[in-house]
Design a protein around this ligand. Sequence first.
Ligand SMILES: [Zn+2]
Ligand SMILES: [Zn+2]
Length: 356
Amino acid sequence: MAGGTLDHKCPNCDAVLKFNPHGQNWVCEYCQSKFTREEIDAQEAKKGHVLNEETEADKLEKDAEGMDVYSCPNCGAQIVADENTSATFCVYCRSTAILKNKLVGKFNPAYVIPFQKTKEDAIEAFKKIGKGRPFMPKLFSSKQNIEDMKGVYIPFWLYDFGVSGALEADAKRISSWTSGNYRYTKTDTYRAYREGNMTFHKIPVDGSTRFNDDMMNSIEPFDYAGLQTFTHAYLSGFLAEKYDVDSDAARKGAEVRAKNTATSMLQESIHGYDAVSVLKADHNLELLKNEYVLLPVWMLNIQYQGKIYMFAMNGQTGKLIGDIPIDKKKVAIWWIGITLLLFGILTVIWLIGGLL
Ligand SMILES: [Zn+2]
Ligand SMILES: [Zn+2]
């Protein structure tokens, strides 16, 4: 694409630059030249895309330029990729009937945690899960399937809240002693009040309804110290899901989490009692910041007997979760083998017994 904004090309040879998770830099696929974030930004600026000289409208329009969006009519996923990275199937439902279009509108995450684990790291981790599982269906060790491992940036919302909270609780001190034949228990109850101002930073809420919450919980936490200002160059070689839970809808979840945490913080500040039970908690929340970010996840979906089994790895920390079924046929063969072996042993014992 002539004059495109998002084709990050090697200044030496014009080949495509790909983000390299281990080096946290960009590498030319052809001449192996390496480029830092600063150099990528400088290259962008040289192309005339100095953002602060542009109007907001220019910025949004340019954002979408050169980006493709793959829509899955089967599950509704919308996957964004740059023009050098293509999707041939849906990363969620594995449907191959996906529609490719030019992305229109904005795709403007504020921050991204870049991948730190490579595809090879993810494949290695997946193979390890399979080791020691003799009943794993063949599909799960087939090289062709494993190569379908995809690096996907999952959309998230991060919220900062200022909370002024108040809490009322019953605090109990319980003592007991024995005197003669009797055992006494004395409970002193105190009414405790606590007030406090707290600030919560970066409470995450999933912006994708397709990426299973339980799976996300299993591969969390992400280290938000690793957040980088977003540039489209991070997408080279990766896919990104477009959020389908908007900021207002996601906010409710973050508010509940902030309130619950505020309650437990105030409750924990009541020391020196045997039991504390909260009677009332009132919190006023003020939204300080709300940011759209992308978090890196390696994903592999394998369809087996009509069900989709999903493997996911935190692309930053390597924490993983995987669901691998048991091949019932393999189990049956194993049982037949064991039964025949036992039968054989019993026959031998019987024969030896008969000889004695
Ligand atoms: Zn090059
Ligand atoms: Zn799909």
